[in-house]
Unconditional design. Sequence first.
Length: 297
Amino acid sequence: MEFIKDIHREKIATGKPAISFEFFPPKTEKGEAQLFHAVLPELLKIQPDYCSVTYGAGGSTRGKTLEMVSRIQKDFQLTCMSHLTCVNATREEVNQVLIEANKSGIKNILALRGDPPGGKGDFQATEGGFTYSKDLVAFIRSEFDFSIGVAGFPEGHIDCKEGREVDWDRLKEKVDSGADFIITQLFFDNDDFFRFRDHLVKKTGMTKPIIPGILSVLSTRQIKRFTELCGASIPESMLNRLDDLAEDDAAATEFGIEHAVRQCEALLDAGVPGLHFYCLNKSYSTNRIVDALSRYR
């Protein structure tokens, strides 16, 4: 398995984008079987460069996440990154997770502050743990040999009340603490991403790869719930169209694919080094989108 920092360096050298996906640990045996026997084999057809597995709110899937990452790497020979959060964990508990990850052949960590248990309320640091993701990054960098990714927020983090540029400056602090690359939260207006990228590159001097996070709409109801939880916005014209399709999930899915293809084409034309798809443990939309981007690969 490769370090993701090396994957990005190699892809940038060839002028081709890195393609990656995010999965979450299924809650049922049926869901797990579907992921490993149907979804992953389908996604492998478009030759992804790596994938990642989420950690669950409050660190609720800690053991399952490491198990999934290890299994994906073993069964599919696909580099996989484990998410890791500060929530509900002391420094020693985080250290033990990292030791276990290292023993399992995991080489890549996405270091996050994380959401409170249940995904609601204010973040509360665990006594003896980490308050900020930059502290988690610094700890990993000082104690282990992982490639480290961090999250970026093109519209600013929902909990940052001081404004998006303050949030972006804090992201630079995470990078300076030892991160190798940034993967962004979902967004639907590329102008938000370009403002974010320009601030980091031109105003802070950040040089690490910034990978846009892409979510293809599956239904109007679902995307409204997602954006409400994470603080991302939906452009008015897009929202109007989704409202028209509120009772037709199949049509909303097709619209989501069309929008994502246009969004990805514009991002790739603007030189982004990769695309990271929030595929929601499904393959159909992501495969359609990546197939439509074949001229870039």
